[in-house]
Ligand binder design. Structure first.
Ligand code: ZN
Length: 250
């Protein structure tokens, strides 16, 4: 599996699009290519893009759908509210890409009701990756625009069930701010190392795994007894709601 991250430079300049390629066939998915001007045509001409894919309907992820549908003439895979969407995968549905990549769609409603994460397993190399849009960020999670804390708990629990070695590719580069917030509510060595790395590097996507998230992401640790006690919360849903509110005002 080859993963190329494509920083989208317009707007706030912190979005990621991704091009994921099955190395034997060059069949590829182009995920969240919101701003076509940021993707050189030669990047796409070297591979065979079979689908444009969205993690959710927001413009800074799905804004390139019209352009690419016209240019590449391939179906758009995404959540139900994504513009011009052709294929809406069911929760848990498996999709084959090229000879070796098996993709599983994971519905993760909360940031939007149509949010979908895509888990990739390479049957040849054993590599595993998940593209999480605005549901899971490195050391953070998306705002609850269309959902409740209980839905984010359920969604992040689904991601926590993935193999620990799965590499996480989020929809934005928010690591620095997330790590700062995380350090204000908890402290451990993996989190300090993350803070240090994000201070020194502009891009952090693809460096961390589900195992790392379980260590340094407070939103992935809402069932931690120490954290629940520290913030006087009786359960993970209450702590999820509290952390989100604190982060929104951080
Ligand atoms: Zn969004």
């Amino acid at each position: 599996m080859h993963v190329q991250y494509l920083p989208m430079r317009w707007g706030r300049g912190d979005n990621y699009a991704y091009l994921i390629t099955d190395e034997s066939t060059k069949d590829s998915w182009l995920i969240d290519p919101a701003n076509p001007e940021d993707i050189p045509e030669e990047t796409l001409s070297k591979v065979n893009v079979v689908n444009i894919v969205n993690t959710h309907h927001h413009y800074d992820h799905a804004g390139g759908n019209g352009h690419y549908k016209k240019l590449l003439k391939v179906p758009i895979v995404g959540g139900k509210d994504c513009p011009s969407v052709d294929v809406v995968p069911q929760d848990g549905e498996k999709i084959q890409l090229g000879s070796n990549l098996e993709i599983t769609a994971i519905h993760t409603p909360c940031h939007t009701q149509d949010s979908i994460c895509y888990y990739f397993a390479d049957n040849k190399t054993g590599e595993k990756a998940v593209f999480t849009g605005d549901t899971l960020f490195t050391a953070g999670c998306g705002r609850f625009f269309e959902g409740e804390p209980s839905e984010m708990v359920t969604s992040l629990n689904k991601l926590a069930q993935l193999p620990r070695t799965t590499v996480v590719y989020p929809g934005h580069e928010y690591t620095k701010g997330n790590a700062k917030f995380a350090l204000s509510v908890m402290d451990n060595e993996p989190l300090r190392q993350l803070m240090d790395y994000s201070d020194k590097n502009e891009f952090t996507t693809g460096k961390y795994t589900i195992e790392d998230e379980l260590a340094f992401n407070p939103f992935m640790r809402c069932d931690d007894d120490e954290l629940k006690a520290k913030f006087h919360c009786s359960d993970d849903i209450q702590l999820m709601g509290l952390f989100r509110e604190m982060k929104n005002n951080f």
